[in-house]
Design a protein around this ligand. Structure first.
Ligand code: ATP
Length: 775
């Protein structure tokens, strides 16, 4: 069904309105006073025409908050995207009018200053979580059009310019991600554009910020951080009903467009590279205006022979949003200063023309081999869940059939560490899945390798050196006991020792077979406890400790109590087994003694027969010995008593074994739930508040400390802000996924070395710098 493009007007705060801009009583119209000398050129008017121009829009938002803007202009579009309609929200207006503020917000200011993009990301994730009947996968892309050249802001090499291609297609099943298959609708896609999968809100935000940091900006008279490019951040949603067995999948995308601002170069006084950029910006906006005019005049099948949407990258890409399969909203940003009245009128003219456009949005459903593959991947996930459920119903402890998480690995390392230290019996090591057993072997293997290397080094040094080295280490650390390479009391064997404190088994790759470095040993349990590597691993380990201590201390205490009870029960079991075995050994000994007595008696009888007595054919059984001596009698009585002991001990062992199994299952289940809860909390941005308590505090740079404090404050004000700040932290930590690593960041910074980075570190634009932008 055809629907009109919605148009909203937003003004930025200004002191210098002086009656040049008046909101009309209906709240949706505005009157703009234009000084006769300020009339825009080319309008055909002369000085004696009316000097008040009126425009009407869907709504006019004067100095509105970011929240109001999102609620009025964007929330509906996002909801439509969730039901399968494509959506576009774009900001248009003169330079400095607040387009970037509207779309991205002020990332360096307070949380409530965030713009439409972060809010839309939150809305989409939050709503899809609430709509439990749908499974939704999210991908994002970030495109920049700079001087009419496209750049992929999420590519590994963002400076690469010629690898993107705009393709128009109709019902082509080779591109299922965003296409309304079978509807005959036309769609424009960008081949080669990176689309990143996002597991959660924080990842999507991090990709957005990563792209923003790469965007070209520069400083001029009207705006300190003026965008020099058009940017399109797109969120792709693929959803299907939970339990729906068909390959029918709904796909939709949300384009969030921040256009570069039109600028009168006389006002901005730019020169050199900036002047070139301004010319490109103005030209592309003129093409946009022409395309809008042509579409307004001729409808979707624009037949104007002089105007083609393909004449610029921007119009080509926005073609669907302006007259195709999309629900579109324009936010016209105004700077209603009397000084900018002519730009205000131009913007309003453009906006009212856009208001006449009609789009035809349809719900996009796709049936495609690639979707089927994704469906099978989902089925595998579901089967793993089924298996886990089956285990639960069968009374087995939950088993992780998927990839082992870092938290689980850490727990395992702790347990192996305790086992190596002799604090945990081998039976307590978990072995519910093959994955777990392999991981344990891997840990042991690398621990052994580390020890072996130490030993070889020590032997290579020779006995004297070894003794000296051991003595020096002992003096340094105050305790050389248990060190790798130490001789035991007899001097004939070596203590295996423990792995170095920073030991982490590397992944199972050929490189992983390299020996581990050595260091002073302090105990395997401790070694395993600190066995995380990488910034996030440390943060996660710290977060886990913090979570146990401060967020869920009761549950953590309960888990610790359950583990202590389990250990005590296992001790009881070991003692009962020992009692049982001792009784059995005694019974066996008595039986042996009786047998020997019987055989001796038989031998005596045989010798008597040789002297004339009757010879029995077989030796008599023990009970048939007519006369037994006192010693044999005592032994038989003891055996009888020990048999009773043995039976009782055996029963005790049986019932203790059952109790241990049950308790062990309970512990595993409790722990799995606990770790899952921690994971969910951590994914939502929890954990940052414990960052400073991490022993790696010294490694935090100033920015990270600032992030931490900022996070604490914002979490207090708004508990939903976790993902937003988590994503900023991801960006700052330079994690490769999502976003970019630190080395890539420096490439990006170099890339915009001629300007200022928005959202990143600033480098003032030097107007004398006329060198081409290093792409
Ligand atoms: N509604 C608003 N409330 C508060 N500050 C605003 C508002 N709109 C804009 N600003 C501020 O005005 C300045 C210019 O805004 P912004 O960079 O968003 O303009 P722009 O339209 O994107 O400009 P350009 O086209 O040059 O990139 C920024 O410092 C921004 O924070």
């Amino acid at each position: 069904m055809a629907s009109a493009v919605k148009v909203y007007l937003r003004t930025r705060p200004t002191d210098n309105v002086q009656g040049s801009f008046t909101l009309q009583p209906d709240g949706k119209s505005v009157a703009i006073q234009v000084k006769k000398t300020d009339k825009p050129r080319g309008t055909g008017h002369i000085n004696n025409t009316a000097d008040t121009i009126k425009f009407r829009f869907d709504d006019i938002l004067l100095d509105a908050s970011q929240e109001t803007i999102f609620g009025t202009c964007a929330a509906d579009v996002c909801d439509n995207v969730l039901t399968g309609y494509n959506g576009t929200i774009f900001a248009y207006g003169q330079t400095g009018a607040g387009k970037t503020y509207t779309m991205s917000g002020d990332v360096s200011a307070a949380y409530n200053q965030r713009g439409i993009v972060p809010r839309a990301i939150h809305h989409l994730f939050h709503e899809s979580e609430l709509r439990g009947d749908k499974e939704i996968e999210v991908r994002v892309s970030h495109l920049e059009i700079y001087n009419d050249v496209m750049y992929d802001l999420l590519a590994d090499d963002v400076t690469q310019a010629d690898n993107l291609q705009i393709v128009d297609r109709i019902d082509d099943p080779r591109f299922p991600e965003t296409f309304a298959a079978g509807t005959g609708a036309r769609e424009t896609v960008i081949k080669g554009l990176t689309k990143k999968y996002c597991a959660n809100e924080a990842e999507a935000l991090a990709y957005f910020f990563a792209g923003e940091a790469n965007r070209a900006t520069a400083s001029h008279i009207l705006n300190k951080t003026s965008s020099r490019s058009h940017c399109i951040f797109t969120v792709y949603l693929e959803s299907r009903g939970v339990g729906d067995s068909s390959e029918k999948t709904t796909v939709a995308k949300l384009n969030l467009v921040d256009l570069a601002g039109s600028e009168r170069v006389k006002k901005t006084s730019v020169s050199g590279q900036q002047l070139k950029e301004a010319n490109f910006i103005n030209r592309s906006l003129t093409f946009l205006e022409q395309t809008v005019n042509a579409l307004a005049r001729f409808g979707q099948d624009n037949v104007d022979p002089h105007v083609s949407a393909r004449q610029s990258k921007l119009t080509h890409i926005l073609r669907d949003s302006l007259g195709g399969n999309c629900r579109t909203t324009l936010i016209a940003c105004l700077w209603p200063d009397v000084e900018h009245a002519d730009e205000t009128v131009s913007t309003c003219r453009f906006a009212s023309r856009v208001m006449t456009l009609q789009t035809k949005a349809v719900v996009n459903e796709s049936k495609d081999p690639r979707v089927i593959i994704r469906k099978h991947e989902r089925q595998i996930r579901e089967l793993k869940q089924e298996l886990a459920m089956h285990d639960t119903f069968a009374g087995k402890a939950p088993v992780n059939y998927g990839e082992m998480g870092e938290v689980e690995r850490q727990e395992l390392r702790q347990q192996v560490g305790m086992f190596l230290d002799g604090d945990m019996p081998v039976d307590d090591l978990p072995c519910e899945s093959l994955k777990q057993v392999r991981e344990i072997f891997r840990i042991l293997k690398h621990s052994y390798r580390g020890a072996k290397t130490e030993l070889e080094d020590a032997l290579a040094k020779g006995p004297a050196d070894t003794a000296v080295a051991a003595g020096a280490d002992a003096a340094e650390e105050g305790d050389a006991e248990g060190e790798v390479g130490d001789m035991d009391a007899e001097g004939s064997t070596f203590n295996v020792g423990v792995a170095p404190p920073d030991f982490v088994p590397p992944p199972e790759t050929p490189a992983a077979t390299a020996p581990l470095p050595s260091a002073g040993a302090t105990g395997a349990a401790e070694t395993m406890r600190v066995g995380f590597k990488g910034t996030d691993a440390k943060a996660k380990a710290a977060a886990y400790e913090g979570y146990k201590a401060k967020v869920a201390p009761e549950k953590a205490g309960e888990l610790a109590g359950m583990l202590a009870d389990l250990r005590a029960k296992k001790r009881e079991l070991r003692e009962a087994i020992a009692t049982c075995n001792a009784a059995k050994a005694e019974i066996d000994a008595v039986a042996k003694q009786l047998e020997e007595t019987r055989l001796a008696a038989a031998r005596g009888a045989e010798e008597g027969a040789e002297e004339g007595a009757e010879v029995p054919t077989k030796p008599p059984p023990p009970g048939d010995v007519d006369v037994i001596d006192q010693e044999t009698y005592d032994a038989m009585a003891r055996a009888k008593q020990r048999k009773g002991d043995y039976r009782r001990a055996f029963e005790e062992v049986k019932s203790l074994k059952t109790a241990v199994t049950e308790m062990s299952d309970e512990v595993q289940q409790f722990r799995a739930v606990f770790v899952n809860e921690f994971q969910a909390w951590y994914d939502k941005g929890g954990g940052a508040e414990f960052r400073l308590e991490d022993e790696e505090e010294d490694e935090l740079d100033y920015g990270e400390k600032f992030d931490h404090l900022e996070m604490q404050l914002h979490l207090r004000d708004d508990p939903e802000s976790g993902a937003y700040f988590q994503s900023k932290k991801l960006m700052r930590s330079g994690k490769t996924r999502p976003g970019v690593d630190k080395s890539a960041m420096s490439t990006m910074r170099m890339r915009v070395s001629g300007g200022t980075l928005k959202g990143g570190s600033k480098k003032e634009w030097d107007p004398r710098d006329t060198a081409p932008r290093p792409r």
